[in-house]
Design a protein around this ligand. Structure first.
Ligand code: ADP
Length: 216
């Protein structure tokens, strides 16, 4: 197994690149997807959240009311810590279970982790120390806003606000082994993803040889 991290700011094109890596043969482990699955009605994280914050965070159709949760946790640091304490260990366990399943295979596993880099002075979280390399999808902030507004239905202010709350482009690029520049059209991504894919596959052989080499 080869383990690669994929990150980028909201609207950078990270999900687009993730799909393209899957087309080339990568196995994707999507952190956001895992969180959403664990927050489905009846799932453990959903239950733990309702236990703490009550029915006020449950929408009429019985699913999690994300806006209600956001209002609670983004206005109070203690509540933010509480949700992180509920969500992070569960996500960690789910990711570990996926890793265990894939460990004995020669899969190239791509971990799509939006908040791999949280802020300027916050290096990559030790939870991700198993990653052998990191791909960063990078794009100009204005272009990201434009794409979020025109393709994903965001309001301009919301798009800008979310980008402002995330790590800067520089902080992400500082931890990158490979930077994919998504300032061009979708066609210009192809060759860059090809190159990143070749690089990722190449990480396998060297590492395994090192591990089995005799120590003396
Ligand atoms: P992220 O996962 O980083 O938030 P997405 O991959 O969802 O970003 O991309 C944001 C939006 O921009 C999507 O609707 C996507 O289809 C579109 N998009 C991504 N890359 C390009 C590009 N090079 N040209 C035009 N649209 C793009």
């Amino acid at each position: 197994m080869i383990e690669i991290g994929l990150t980028g700011g909201i609207g950078s094109g990270k999900s687009t690149v993730a799909d393209m890596l899957v087309e080339r043969g990568a196995v994707l482990i999507d952190a956001d997807r895992i969180v959403r699955d664990l927050q489905e009605p009846g799932a453990p994280v959903f239950e733990a959240m309702v236990e703490r914050w009550g029915q006020g965070i449950v929408a009429e159709d019985g699913t999690l009311d994300r806006a209600a949760v956001a209002t609670i946790v983004f206005t109070d640091d203690d509540e933010l810590k509480a949700i992180n304490d509920i969500v992070h260990p569960a996500v960690g366990e789910a990711m570990q279970a996926r890793r265990d399943e894939l460990k004995q295979t020669d899969a190239v596993v791509v971990f799509d982790i939006p908040l791999l880099v949280k802020s300027e002075n916050d290096p990559v979280d030790e939870r991700y120390s198993h990653l052998q390399g990191i791909i960063v999808v990078d794009v100009d902030v204005e272009l990201a806003v434009e794409r979020l507004v025109s393709h994903r239905g965001f309001h301009t202010d919301d798009a800008r606000g979310r980008i402002a709350n995330q790590a800067s482009r520089e902080a992400r690029r500082a931890v990158a082994d490979v930077v994919i520049d998504n300032s061009g059209d979708l066609d210009s991504l192809g060759p860059q993803v090809d190159a990143a894919w070749e690089w990722a596959k190449g990480l396998g052989s060297g590492q395994e040889e090192e591990e089995v080499a005799p120590s003396e």
